[in-house]
Design a protein. Structure first.
Length: 436
């Protein structure tokens, strides 16, 4: 709501000016895709499209080129003219809503319970939504919250009117269209909000296919010469630049969605702001899906709260379990080391007192066992005895020579080759004697 900038003038400056009424505006922003590869419609709507319409997301790579304010009634009307066919649910709802709210800025509708004048106009709501509100002043700034009346108590529902080109004689269609029309005409404008929720998110400026008042432009509304650029249509119909002060005003009133402008954040985040896809309304089930959406919002918040609580408790339990495991493991290691140290001390003490005696008794037992083994052996052949005696003699001599060297006596080295030659000579002599 802006009382300093009035509708009219025909220019695209800030439109400063005075007036009796305070104007209602719909704010919109234009972006360009720096990654656009020239795929036109298929760039964003084809099979496995390379482009993504996510300019509404804080994580988007789309670049903001301007923010504008559109006269509210014109915003609703321009979209309805070029996007839908005459028998589309959205088209019927849009026209019914426009007819019910009228294009008047602020107008008297009647009196409250105490005889005070009541005025009606579009009431902006949080998150870019809107409804028809009752006010106490002729500028429609002071919302009357004391009266029990609503706009429905003063406004009359109108007859179905889809335009001069509606020549259909389909009775079933007319019956369904009347239902959509009358369901839309109520002060909360729930159906109209549901249809236009899609435009809170990133949408293509080019209407594809393009309609004019419910019918294709050209053969099928897809020829290049027939397509309409909706951003241009906005700009050419009561749309003006919206600078930082303009955006800040809407943000302060708490009625605009989130936007980043020149490094500053304005507005309020809405569901789906961080995704490139959002839940679109249905056609015939739009009314029910809208009411379920508004009623399920607290449920979704409760579910999120439960999920966050569960994760918090699970994290605390995990940390506590880990700490308990670490403490128990450290205590077990200390007990093991203490037990081993105690065993080693006991063994060392035991060896210190009795070790020498044990070694002596072990040696005696070994020698006694050897003697018993020798005594218990059977007699061997003379040849075996001589070999054993020779080996014993050699060991005795070696020990004796070792002792003599220790006493300082010099023993000349024995020539091994001489010994071997002597031995061979003796053996040869024996052989020759035996041969003869």
């Amino acid at each position: 709501i802006d009382c300093d900038r009035q509708v009219g003038g025909g220019s695209h400056d800030n439109n400063q000016g005075g007036g009796q009424h305070c104007s209602r505006w719909m704010m919109w922003a234009a972006y360009i895709d720096p990654n656009y590869s020239g795929g036109e419609y298929d760039e964003y709507f084809g099979d496995n499209p390379p482009g993504t319409l996510d300019c509404h997301s804080p994580d988007s790579e789309w670049v903001l080129i301007g923010v504008y304010r559109q006269e509210f009634y014109q915003y609703i009307e321009q979209i309805s003219k070029h996007l839908w066919a005459i028998d589309d649910y959205e088209y019927i709802v849009a026209l019914a809503g426009l007819e019910y709210m009228t294009d008047d800025e602020c107008f008297g509708v009647g009196y409250d319970e105490n005889g005070n004048q009541l005025y009606a106009s579009v009431q902006p709501l949080e998150g870019g939504s809107f409804q028809m509100g009752l006010y106490s002043d002729e500028q429609c700034l002071v919302l009357n919250t004391k009266t029990g009346y609503t706009y429905d108590d003063f406004a009359e529902k109108s007859e179905l009117n889809l335009g001069s080109k509606d020549q259909t004689t389909d009775d079933a269609f007319h019956a369904q269209a009347y239902e959509y029309w009358y369901d839309t005409q109520e002060y909360t404008l729930t159906n109209l909000n549901t249809v236009y929720d899609d435009f809170k998110y990133c949408t293509s400026c080019v209407d594809y296919p393009t309609y004019q008042d419910g019918y294709f432009i050209g053969d099928d509304g897809t020829d290049d010469d027939d397509l309409i650029n909706q951003c241009w249509k906005f700009y050419s119909h009561d749309s003006y630049n919206c600078d930082a002060d303009c955006i800040a005003m809407g943000s302060q009133q708490g009625t605009i969605t989130w936007i980043s402008y020149n490094g500053h954040q304005f507005g309020t985040m809405i569901d789906g702001q961080y995704t490139n896809e959002h839940e679109k309304h249905g056609l015939e089930g739009s009314s029910s899906s809208s009411s379920s959406s508004s009623s399920s919002s607290p449920d979704r918040k409760l579910e999120r709260l439960k999920a966050n609580l569960f994760l918090t408790v699970a994290g605390i339990v995990f940390v506590a379990t880990f700490l308990a495991f670490a403490v128990a493991r450290g205590s077990s290691k200390k007990k093991t080391v203490s037990s081993r140290s105690r065993s080693r001390r006991l063994l060392d003490a035991d060896y210190g007192e009795k070790g020498e005696g044990r070694r002596r008794s072990s040696r005696s037992a070994s020698r006694a066992g050897s003697a018993r083994d020798v005594d218990g052996k059977s007699s061997k052949t003379g040849r075996s005895k001589s070999r054993s005696a020779a080996a014993s003699s050699a060991r005795s001599k070696s020990r004796g020579s070792g002792r003599r060297r220790e006493e300082g006596r010099y023993e000349p080295p024995v020539d091994d080759r001489r010994k071997r030659s002597q031995s061979k000579g003796k053996s040869s002599s024996r052989k020759r004697v035996d041969d003869y």
